[in-house]
Each structure stands twice: as C-alpha cells, then as structure tokens.
Design a protein around this ligand. Sequence first.
Ligand code: GP9
Ligand code: MN
Length: 720
Amino acid sequence: MNRLWGKIRRGLNTKFGFFMLITGLFWIKSYIAYQTKFTLGVQGGMQELILAISPLGFAILLFGIGLYIRGKWSYWYMIIMDAILSVWLFANILYYREFSDFITFNLIKGSGAASDNLGKSLMGILRPTDFLVFVDVLFVVAILVFGFVKIDKSKFKLVNSFAVTILSIGVLAANLALAYSNRSGLLTRTFDNNYIVKYLGLQSFTLYDGVKTVQNSNKKKEAKGSQLNPIKKFIKDNDIPANIEYKGVAKGKNVIIIHLESLQQFVINKKWKGKEITPNINKFYNDKNTLAYDNFFNQVGQGKTADAEMMLENSLFGLPEGSAMVTDGTTNTFQAMPAIMDQQGYSTAAFHGDVSSFWNRDNAYKSFGYQYFFSKQYYTLKKGYVSGYGMKDKLFLQQSAEYLEQLPQPFYAKLITVSNHYPYGIEKKNVSIDPWDTGDSTVDPYVQTAHYLDQSIGELLSYLKKTGLYDKSMIMMYGDHYGISNNHKPAIAKILGLKGVTNYDLAMFQKVPFMIHAPGLKGGVNHNYSGEIDVMPTLLGLLGIDTPGAYHFGHDINSKQFNQIVAFRNGDFVSEKYTKYGGDLYYTATGEQITDETAAQKAEIKKIQTYVNTELGYSDKIINGDLLRFADLDWFKKVNKSDYSYNKKSALKQLEEAEKKSKTSLIDQNDGKSTLDDYKTDAPELESNQNKSSSSSSSSDDQSSSDSSSSSSASSSADK
Ligand code: GP9
Ligand code: MN
C-alpha cells in the first residue's frame, strides 16, 4: 500500500503526473456537472458513453499545452486554464438554471436577449453545490502550495508533448465520429445547444459557437442598407392586389394558429380500414366557414419546424443549411407577425410542450416580438406526460387552455403540437386506429399518431366552441412539413395506391394542410399552388392589416392574381404549369414527364426558375446580412428584445397585470371564473396519474430534448 502511495506521489512530482491529475479531475468534474446540473436528455448506452467521453478531448488538448511550457510556468498555465474553464462551467450552470440553455457569444455581446435581470436574480438561483466546480482547482493549488507535490522543473520532451496533442485530437475526432453516428447533421442542422453539449461537451460547444458567431457577424458587418434596394424593387414588381371579397373579413378577431406537427395533406378526408384518419380536422376542413387550400406545400429545409415558423411569422425563407431561427434568431431584426399584431393591440403568445431552447425559440421568439412563450416549464408534468419531443398533444392542449383563458383579447396565439413526430411512437393506450400495413416500421404507425393528433384537435375545438372563443377567433391550422420522408418510396406507393413513385409524386407528397376558419368567412377549397411563404400575407389580408413596403416573399393566396409559384428550398419548384423535382420536369396538372422541352417551354421554365432563385437568394441576403435592421417602415415599430422575458415567474405576473388592466380575457368574460372545466379530454394519462403528483420543469425523466435517432437506426436519421 505504502509502496503504491509512494509511486503515486513520485508520479505526481513529475510534470506529466500533474497534467494527468488536473486533466482527470477536470474530466470527472465536468461529467458530474453534465449529469447533475444540466438536463441534456441523454438516452441509451451510446449517448451515455458519448457524454462520458465528451469533456476529455478538450481537457487533454488545453491542459496538454502546459507540457510545452518550461518550469513553474507550466504549472501556472495549467492552473489558470483550470480556473478559467471552471468559471465558464460555473457561469453556464447558473445561466442554464434560469434559461435551460447555454451561454452564447451573441448573448454576451449584449443583444438584449440575456438581460432577463440575471444579475439581480443571481443570488436567488445560486446553490451551494454549484461551488463544487471549484473544488478540484483549490485542491491542485493546495497540494502545490503545501508542498505535497513538488514542481518538476525538468524539460518535458517536445516529442512527448506533441504525442499528447495528437492524442487529444484523436479523442476529439473519435468523439465527433461517435456523435455523428448517433445524430447526423449535429453541427450543420443546429437543432439545440443542448444537443451539442450533450454530444461534444461544453468546450466544443463554446468553440463551435465562437466560430459561428464570427462567421455570422462578418457577413453582417459587410452588409449595407443599399442592398435592400433591388429586393424592394423585386417585391414591388411582384406585388398583387388583395381580393376585396376576403379583405378584412376577420378584422379584430383573435387569431389561433394550430401547428399540426408533420401532418401531410394526403391524410385529409382519407380513411384507413373504414375509419377516417383525421375526422375532427376533416370536419373543420369541410365546414362552410373554412377556407382550405389543397395545393399548399411545405417549403422547409433542414430547419424543418423552425423553417416553417420562420416562413409563417416573417414570410422569409429558412436558410439552405441549418436553422435560421438558431443562427440568426437571437441577433437579427425582424418585422414578424407577433410584433405586428402586438402593434395592432393584440396580446401574443406561443405555446409549446418542449424545452424552450429547441430551435432557439427562447431567443428567436423575443426577436419576433412574442409577449409570452409558454414552453415546457410552464406545464405540469407527471410521469408519462411526455413522449419524444415534448408533451403529448392531448395533455399539452388541455393545459394550454389555462394560459389561453388568461390572455387579454384580442390575442394572437400559436399552439405547436408535437406528438405526430418521427419516429411516431405511441403507446397502446393512446392508439385507436390500426397501423398501416406497408411493412415499413417507420411509416406504419404514422397513421396512429396522426389520428391521435386529430383527436387532440377535436378536444381543443370542442373547448373553443363551448367557451365561445370559436366564434371570436380566426382559427388557422397547418401542417409544418412532411412526416414521411422520401426515403420510404415503397411504403409511400402502397399508401397512395400507386405502382411506383416518381419524382412528381414525391413533389405532390410535400403538400400539407392549410385551412382557415372564421365566422362569416366564405369557405371552400382554393386550388392555387401555394406554400408556407404565403401564409403571412394571406392572414394579414383576412385581418385587413396593410403592410406597405414589407419585405415579404409570399403573397395573399386569395388574390385573383396570385402567381402560383412554389419554391422548394433547394431550388426545385411547383408552378401552375410545370413542376421540377429531383432534377425531373413534369406537367403539374397531369404528372406527365417532360423530356424534350420545346424552346418556348424552356423559356417559360427559365423564367420560373429565375423567379425561384431570386426570391430564395434575396431572402437569404436579408437573413444573412440582417438587412431588416436598415428597413424603416413608418407603420412598424422596431422590436426591443429586452422588453420580453419568458421567465415563468415574471411572465405570469405580467400576464396577471395585463389581464387586470384590460379585463378582456376569457376568464373576465366568464365572470372571473376559470373555464377549464369546459375542457374535456379522454387522455388516459390523467386517470392513471391522479395520485402521483410531481411538479414541472425540474423533472429530468421526461426530458424532451431527446433526439429521435437514439431510438432508431442511424440510417433513418434522415427522417428527422
Ligand atoms: C421541437 C419540435 C420538433 O420542439 O418543434 O421540431 P422538428 O423536428 O419537427 O423540426
Ligand atoms: Mn416539425
């Protein structure tokens, strides 16, 4: 025993030994902090392994630099590095506790989004155990100061230092490879900062964030206001008049947006084994006061939901890579729908049963001007309430009513569902329709989660009717993007009853539902070829809100002169006459392929392509260059991000005050009584959980920020 102890001490008296000690302690400490101070949503053995490895690469790299340094300076360097990394970890722990997110350079630069009085509330959120992150630093200082370990002044061979550096790069590369095998597109698709920390550790995240921030701010530095001129001209040249039949028919009404996760148009009015897949949505779709669009396409890129939101709230496209809400949502200036509605006297709120950091909503929504963002931490979570990316729809919508009834009217409210999300996991107790029988296990349960989503919408609509909100609101529903990706052609063919699937079929498979209901609205089905970029101008038309000079790339679909050109994010398109998809050309009406274009066709197609490329390119210019900061519109007041706080306590207080002041909430109209009893749900979780109560945000067992690929093979990650 004594001999072993002696050996260890002798080892620690060498520079390499000290390096091993400081690296090892930092590694262990970081791992413990990841496990106990953050809710990263680690699932399964592989993710556990990756998390365990993640602090190591950078620790070896950064402390290993000390081995190149001579004498006592080497020790100084390692200790200072340890202290810096620990302070950074400490700061992130505190920030995370308040915001469930990590510190980014954009926040440090003072974009305002971080100014939720963190400084003032710091004392309130500190926990004694937070200081444990400094224990190892104090320990290594102490053993040096008290002479337990002697400083080794001998030179450490350069080749050995180099070997350590190479080792660190090897560990980092292995970490990255493992991360990518479990979650493809980790760094390009930019889902959630939590993901990057979970897979690559805090240091890698900071480095990644730093590189992105520099790249991004360089692009913005070069941008000039004059770049808006050609864009202004393009938008003006393509401007179309509103349809007076529809203009302003929903003026002053509440706006309720229901985001139907991954719902595709082809399930509408369709049966499976004699049962309607979406009976409630069908009823809404076929209502005489519902205006539906059956040639409406999703236009998202990698940012999926986030791209859909970007288009809907801004009439700007997502970026060709990643999610614009993540890369630019914190810092850019927007003239978004919530801010416009706010300036029209509306209250504005987004509701989502996932963690607020996903797709950077916690920051982007402030830039869009949302007064409230009711995310997962606002909801009561009990065991079994969460599945996949957030709360199960029935429970989410039911609990959302609690906030909806408090909002001063008129309000603009967006409810984002999530249960119908890849990989379409649903427990038996929530299933009430058979799975499809294509034999593709990814595709088959889709019909079941879609059916569940529909039931949850049915429950919400009943509540809205019962409380009278239905008649005071313009209710819009839309599917954000495909649920069944193009990787499942045989299954798609079987579901659609086709022999095989062409690129034309795949293009048409990108249709998603879009429908608007308002009392007095002349219903029917509009067949215009249109897409998500057109939603905002269409809604503004119905609300009778003019936005002259606004930088919108979409158009009011109800206009008689609507241009019917739908751009996909990769430059493919659907137009009234031609469809281009995956490099093939078709007649849109018939699906017949065009192989030999005539000169006249070539010219027509070129014109459409030029339009598509121009709108995508200009939209990217606006986002990449943050050009809207130069756009002064006399009817729009710039959003001040620091006006908003999504801190639960302060937001609820603010809501209470707003309600008191306006006296227009549903509760007020119900003589001060809550309407929650009017909300009926058959969610089975409510019965089985009645006695087992726990509270909301801190429940880590239900961490929804989990990624789907963890429960499926890596090859299917393209679905996500
Ligand atoms: C996550 C949810 C899913 O919060 O909106 O996003 P998606 O994977 O569909 O882009
Ligand atoms: Mn989605």
